[in-house]
Design a protein around this ligand. Structure first.
Ligand code: PMT
Length: 403
């Protein structure tokens, strides 16, 4: 999988830098071409000569060393890489990257590259959990950077907790998976994805909504785009940046979402409904802010249109993929929705489970198809969940000879 793949390994200053040496060796044994950039601090832990000997390539550590007048070293490296890996990634470099700071060979190259970037953090558990570091990692996830989760356990600083660099074998697997060819591809397909919550107005200051962050839908949009699909993302109000190359239609209420979905349904090959659409909205809305009054305020609610149900009724050749957000009897209710809404595939997630459902960066899903395939996946990042869901859709199309 890694033969002749060009991997740029960025090594930051932490005790885990020694694991980056082991990783270099493994990558080279797998046939990859590995170039290494080291920060000044990284060189305090492992010498450049170690990496040079293991990679059989010169090591880059100084922005202004330009031996070749025909090119600029950091741009050349940025363009050379098929994939960039930062391992170990320190809080410092994560912070710089999240804030667009480029003040050395490593960070200038990172800002210049168009290659996918994987970040494998390693640091003290308290640094890892610090709000600033968590926020920076969140920003980078939104920018489309991939993370190789840190492990938990005994840390070199003496603390026990999260912050260990992932093991070289595990990082190797992540890179192999990156280069794994996807099944078929979605090139030429029009994929409509809904994401996020809806807001149902009461008056100019109040509305009903739910906890959806849009992460699941945005990850799906990114994954579908990466497979060559033409992706339209119909999104409720969220704070995420749209994935690169994805067209977005912003909506607010369930009614807006219904109208947007119906407008684009006919042209769609695949519709994935990961949005958490309000089932009810206030029967009456107020144009002026309703003043506080003594006693109870009862709001009468009415049903919104079930968009997915409508699509199921009007479906022609489109593949319809729904989600089931359940907190009990997950599979039972998911199967019921699959049948009742005339879907091809339903993705069941238990929203009461730790690390699944709303807001979380991870999800735990069971994929159930109309042709009776059922597969439960473990807790995975929403990017990985999306990868698996798209594989399942492609497999479904293949099994049912859908072109
Ligand atoms: O956005 P995140 O924070 O990442 O969270 C992800 C998620 C939990 C929102 C997502 O994984 C998920 O489960 N989305 C579906 C939520 C939901 O509304 O489930 P439901 O079981 O109530 O609805 C079933 C299906 O009908 C869904 O595909 C939904 O989009 C659709 N529906 C529901 C109501 C309605 N009026 N119209 C619809 O189309």
């Amino acid at each position: 999988m890694l033969t002749n793949k060009k991997i740029l390994l960025c090594v930051c200053g932490g005790i885990a830098a020694f694991k980056a040496a082991a990783l270099t060796s493994k990558l080279v044994q797998e046939g990859a071409s590995v170039k290494i950039i080291m920060t000044e601090s990284a060189k305090e832990f492992v010498t450049p000569l170690t990496f040079q000997a293991l990679s059989r390539q010169p090591v880059y550590d100084y922005t202004f060393y330009e031996p070749n007048p025909e090119n600029i070293a950091h741009i050349d490296l940025a363009d050379w890489a098929d994939v960039v890996l930062i391992a170990p990634a320190t809080a410092n470099v994560i912070g710089k990257l999240a804030n667009g700071i480029a003040d050395d060979m490593l960070t200038t190259t990172l800002l210049a590259t168009k290659a996918p970037v994987y970040i494998a953090p390693a640091m003290n558990v308290n640094m890892y959990n610090h709000q600033a570091v968590q926020k920076n990692m969140q920003i980078l996830r939104q920018y489309g950077y991939h993370f190789v989760e840190s492990g938990e356990g005994f840390l070199a600083c003496g603390w026990i907790g999260k912050g260990r660099l992932a093991e070289p074998e595990d990082i190797l697997e992540v890179l192999k998976k990156h280069f794994q060819p996807t099944i078929g591809g979605l090139s030429g397909k029009r994929v409509v994805i809904t994401a996020g919550p809806t807001q149902e107005k009461i008056d100019p200051v109040r509305y009903f909504t739910n906890h959806s962050s849009g992460k699941m839908g945005y990850a799906l949009a990114k994954a579908a785009k990466e497979r060559g699909a033409n992706v339209l993302l119909i999104s409720g109000p969220v704070t995420l940046s749209p994935p690169y190359g994805v067209e977005v239609v912003p909506v607010t209420s369930a009614k807006d979402m219904y109208e947007a979905v119906m407008t684009h349904f006919e042209q769609a090959d695949i519709v994935i409904k990961s949005a958490a659409v309000a089932d009810y909205r206030p029967k009456e809305t107020f144009e002026q802010k309703r003043k506080k009054q003594p006693g109870v305020w009862s709001i009468e609610m009415e049903r919104t249109t079930d968009i997915l149900q409508t699509l199921g009724e009007q479906k022609d050749a489109q593949i319809l993929v729904g989600f089931a957000a359940e907190s009990e009897q997950v599979e039972f209710y998911a199967k019921d929705k699959l049948k009742r809404k005339n879907l091809d595939i339903i993705i069941a997630n238990d929203i009461s489970a730790e690390g699944a459902g709303f807001k979380s960066d991870t999800n735990i899903v069971t994929v159930i198809t109309r042709d009776h395939r059922k597969k439960t996946y473990p807790q995975l990042s929403k990017d990985e969940v999306s990868f698996n869901i798209l594989n399942e859709i492609e497999l479904y199309m293949e099994r049912n000879a859908i072109k």
